[in-house]
Design a protein around this ligand. Structure first.
Ligand SMILES: [Fe+2]
Length: 244
């Protein structure tokens, strides 16, 4: 490959200590509330409590398994276009930053803990990874303005979605896995959990700086995989209707 890559950031023993504290805060919650896909992926990737992983090795493991690579970025909040362009090339961006000790329970910034512990276990599943690639190709067909509600679909499924598994509600979203505060809050009665609906995303714009008041439950992982194409059909029909 001719592309010049940033080397992966070398995290310090202090960073590893924060990682271990986050692991201790969250692993039991995830073992209890996470969906099977995420739990299986955590095992498959061999993530460990003691240290932030070696990303060269982790990228090779992901590539061998699902054909995706990890790419380092120093941008804390990648803009949607850059993010989707990488995803469409089967490249998952990982940050060079870990939250501070006083932000253990919640941070609005997607740090290396969120990227790795939240997202990557799910990316170890071929069908899930294929769906993310498909989502990115769909996103790139629209302008940022046109795809605002597609961003909400991402937010309320990939980041903060729940799904039904064997009759129980399980956490699917990476933001739920990586945030002890968010997961506890999301599971509480103060957050309304409603059945997944494509139509709902046209009217809401989530904020990473506010705790949720409403989240969505997919009826299965299969419903997730059809949701982005379903968004296209729904969104395009609205646009066509408005153009008449
Ligand atoms: Fe994320």
């Amino acid at each position: 490959m001719s592309e010049i890559r940033r080397p992966f950031h070398q995290f310090t023993p202090d960073d590893d200590r924060i990682w271990s504290m986050l692991w201790d805060h969250q692993i039991a919650n995830c073992q209890r509330h996470a969906c099977r896909l995420w739990l299986d992926g955590l095992h498959t990737l061999g993530l460990q409590r003691e240290r932030i992983p070696d990303f060269d090795a982790l990228s090779r493991r992901l590539y061998d398994r699902v054909g995706w690579e990890l790419v380092s970025t120093d941008v804390v909040y990648s803009d949607g276009q850059t993010w989707f362009e990488h995803l469409a090339r089967r490249q998952f961006l990982v940050t060079e930053y870990i939250r501070s000790e006083d932000e253990l329970l919640y941070t609005p910034l997607p740090d290396i803990w969120h990227d790795t512990f939240g997202h990557l276990p799910l990316m170890a599943d071929q069908q899930y990874a294929d769906y993310i690639e498909r989502f990115a190709h769909i996103a790139l067909r629209y302008t940022p303005d046109e795809r605002k509600s597609l961003g909400s679909l991402w937010w309320y499924t990939i980041e903060f979605g729940f799904l039904i598994e064997d009759g129980d509600m399980k956490a699917l979203g990476a933001g739920l896995m990586s945030s002890p505060g968010e997961l506890e809050h999301a599971l509480s009665d103060t957050v309304e959990k409603t059945p997944f609906s494509i139509a709902a995303f046209e009217g809401i714009s989530p904020s990473p700086h506010q705790m949720h008041t409403r989240l969505f439950i997919l009826d299965s992982i299969e419903q997730l995989k059809t949701s982005a194409p379903q968004w296209v059909a729904y969104h395009d029909s609205l646009t066509a209707h408005n153009a008449v």
